[in-house]
Design a binder for this molecule. Structure first.
Ligand code: URA
Length: 257
């Protein structure tokens, strides 16, 4: 990936806490980038996207959990999206306003996997549209990707856990076939697993992210790179430099460097 360091890219790298000299220069290798002191790290204004006031909020769908969609392993994208939209396999179906299937390029080289929809995602039916999503978009732009361009974004869970609590094991287990099928259909060059629930679901590991990052793992034959969840990075600015190194590794694995 050969890129000129224009002001936009500089701002995006600043998002990671990476300071660069002012002159335009070819991008140095990842290892040579200098993390900026945390106090200087630029954090862009975070905007929470509210639902339009004039439109009534979708109401949770009534019904009892327990119906499991059959034949997920043979579904194409459309059938899979429909199965997720109608899924009632666990209790999360009772409180959701929308399922959050995933978004992006269905021929993408990258699959980014997060944890579960939050409030904004539940309202809009799209992953990572809140504060963490803005950081994710900036992270992706820094490696030449954009939502819908060369990257597909999905979560371990397709429904919002109430109050944004952690996913529970039975919920992860019920949702797992959907993510597995998304990986099979997409056949990405790399999966970026963000945060501990993505790591637990894809790698079956409860090791800390700090111990798993920096290496290439595998999920059903697809390379996996582990990194911190953007919501964690919003609270831990110094670790953005590590996330940048993780993205550089993922780009290398995807054959971009
Ligand atoms: N956090 C996630 O893990 N996924 C989302 O879609 C939003 C926030």
């Amino acid at each position: 990936m050969t890129l000129l360091l224009d002001e936009r890219r500089r701002a995006m790298l600043a998002e990671f806490g990476i300071a660069l000299p002012p002159a335009l220069a070819p991008e140095p290798p990842a290892g040579e980038l200098t993390p900026a002191p945390a106090a200087e790290a630029v954090v862009s204004a975070r905007v929470t996207v509210p639902a339009p006031a004039s439109r009534p909020l979708p109401q949770p769908v009534a019904g009892v959990p327990g119906e499991r969609p059959a034949g997920v392993q043979h579904m194409d994208w459309e059938a899979l999206a429909k199965a997720v939209a109608g899924c009632r396999a666990c209790k999360l179906c009772e409180g959701r306003r929308n399922t959050v299937f995933g978004v992006g390029d269905r021929h993408a080289d990258w699959l980014v996997v997060g944890e579960a929809p939050g409030e904004n995602e539940d309202l809009q039916g799209e992953p990572f549209v809140g504060a963490a999503g803005q950081l994710l978009d900036n992270m992706l732009r820094a490696v030449g990707l954009a939502r819908g361009h060369k990257v597909y974004i999905a979560n371990v869970l397709k429904c919002r856990p109430p109050g944004n609590r952690n996913p529970e094991p039975d919920e992860v287990a019920q949702c797992e076939p959907f993510l597995r099928r998304q990986v099979e259909l997409l056949q990405p060059r790399v999966i970026l697993a963000m945060g501990r629930f993505a790591v637990q679901s894809l790698l079956g590991s409860t090791e800390a992210i700090g111990r798993l990052r920096g290496q290439r793992h595998e999920y059903r034959g697809v390379p996996v790179v582990v990194t911190y969840h953007p919501a964690y990075l919003l609270r831990n600015l110094p670790d953005k430099a590590k996330a940048w190194a993780d993205l550089c590794l993922a780009a290398e694995v995807a054959g971009q460097r």
